[in-house]
Design a protein around this ligand. Structure first.
Ligand SMILES: Cc1cc2nc3c(=O)[nH]c(=O)nc-3n(C[C@H](O)[C@H](O)[C@H](O)COP(=O)(O)OP(=O)(O)OC[C@H]3O[C@@H](n4cnc5c(N)ncnc54)[C@H](O)[C@@H]3O)c2cc1C
Length: 436
């Protein structure tokens, strides 16, 4: 089965997804495409959080960095996601302890904490105007999940010395999130939310200011490892001592080794019209980001101008549904029937990437070729951090990169070619379970 090329199948070349974010983005600095040949110390392929963070850190360390993106900086998942800043890894600490042992689990927790600090300090240091707000609330759609969540909060408070999270009982939860659907949750005030496209474009500006050379509308067709590596673009070549693959869900066939372990999957978001302060407060009283306990997660938050930005639903085809608004509104109205008359002004999709164990896949594909992807829906923090770990691994040895690389990422059954039918079966089963 040959997959569609996700770089082009659902989007227009060089244009950001038709999202609320694109409609409210800060004035954009545009970068030329690469027409001809060039040479550099490090060539970064992909200008999302991973590639931009890597480029920024490498350029700050004095290296000559070229970043190429087939579309625009922030065009991929980084510029169109839910903007939710979560703590920890995509897997809980208990699962990580069972998977990798207590010591590694603790290191993985610390890497994610460092990632959150990094994100906040980058925003501050580079004065990135991206509506950063505190608070991330994980809410439970089944009462039976409450005991387990309380125990997890307790574990973080005591064993991980993490005091920012508390369990919220059902009544308070329903005051905070104006929906009958939930039975309590875990509120993490060190998490939060932001405008992801403004954050991504801010990182791009900071990387350029630090000396990185960015080229947009520059698709990489292939690369060859070596000394130096050769990166072949649509209209030229880049000769580089190091190559970083930062393509995530849009990697396609650039690396079959990564593609066998990292699977693209589409997800969708809608934005209502501005709802006004009163309605906004009724829906999410304290303006925190919310995500729920369903396998196909509903995640939502208010925009700076008080729209409901609601994400959820997945379809198991590479093509976006024709009617994204109707498709996602169904999930939103199950949570918030009071929004039945709210106009939906934007609806868009994006491609993220998952791994078998839902942990990012960081790999050294050759001594001078590194890759990071597969953040499994948890990339606002971890892709920013992943980029820094890649930069560290280029400049010197990196304990953080080594820890992440040591977590085994299994190949999807059937590898890159056959993984999709297996995923469809598995996901259909899990999404059915959400209703039980
Ligand atoms: C709808 C949606 C909602 C999400 N919500 C959240 C959330 O709320 N919180 C969270 O933490 N995470 C969320 N995620 C996940 C998060 O957005 C990603 O993990 C993160 O943005 C990955 O960043 P990245 O830089 O690795 O990849 P991307 O941002 O996808 O960037 C990859 C870039 O590589 C470029 N590229 C690919 N191939 C080539 C090539 N051959 N040549 C040149 N360029 C190439 C692409 O053009 C693209 O710009 C969501 C994702 C989606 C799609």
């Amino acid at each position: 089965m040959t997959a569609l090329n996700l770089l082009y199948s659902n989007d227009r070349p060089g244009q950001h997804a038709p999202s609320y974010y694109a409609a409210s983005v800060q004035p954009l600095q545009e970068f030329y495409s690469l027409d001809g040949d060039t040479a550099c110390d490090v060539c970064v392929i992909g200008a999302g959080f991973t590639g931009l963070s890597a480029a920024l850190h490498l350029a700050e360390s004095g290296l000559d960095v070229v970043v190429v993106d087939a579309h625009r900086a922030g065009w991929g998942a980084s510029g169109r996601n839910g903007g939710q800043i979560g703590s920890g890894q995509r897997l809980g600490q208990g699962e990580l302890e069972r998977m990798a042992g207590k010591n590694a689990a603790r290191q993985l927790w610390q890497i994610s904490q460092d990632g959150k600090d990094l994100l906040k300090s980058l925003i501050k240091r580079h004065k990135i105007d991206c509506d950063l707000k505190p608070g991330n609330f994980h809410v439970l759609h089944r009462e039976r999940f409450a005991a387990e969540t309380k125990a997890y909060v307790d574990k973080l408070n005591t064993e991980y010395d993490y005091g920012h999270v508390r369990f919220v009982e059902r009544d308070e939860c329903r005051e905070m999130v104006g929906s009958e659907d939930y039975h309590g949750g875990a509120l993490d005030m060190d998490g939060g939310h932001l405008h992801p496209l403004n954050y991504a474009r801010g990182l791009a500006g900071a990387a350029a200011k630090a000396g990185a050379r960015l080229y947009e509308m520059t698709e990489v067709r292939s690369y060859a490892a070596g000394s130096p590596c050769q990166v072949v673009t649509a209209k030229g070549k880049v000769q580089a001592d190091f190559v970083i693959l930062a393509c995530n869900g849009y990697l396609g066939e650039l690396s079959s080794e990564v593609a066998a372990r990292v699977m693209p999957i589409n997800n969708y978001i809608i934005a209502t019209e501005p709802l006004g302060d009163d309605m906004a407060r009724q829906l999410i009283r304290d303006d925190v980001a919310v995500s729920d306990s369903r396998f196909v997660v509903n995640y939502y938050r208010l925009s700076a101008d008080k729209r409901m930005l609601f994400g959820g639903r997945e379809n198991y085809s590479y093509s976006f549904p024709r009617d994204i608004n109707g498709f996602v509104a169904k999930a939103m109205l199950e949570i918030y029937p009071q929004l039945k008359d709210a106009r939906i002004e934007y609806g868009w999709g994006g491609t993220l990437a998952i791994t078998m164990n839902r942990m990012p896949h960081l790999a050294r594909l050759a001594p001078n070729v590194l890759s990071a992807s597969g953040y499994s829906g948890h990339g606002v923090v971890m892709a920013t951090m992943g980029g820094k770990l890649l930069a560290d691994a280029v400049s010197s040895t990196s304990a953080g990169f080594d820890v992440m690389e040591s977590i085994p990422t299994r190949r999807f059954p059937g590898g890159a070619m056959l993984r999709w039918p297996a995923l469809v079966l598995a996901m259909t089963w899990y999404s059915l379970r959400d209703r039980l």
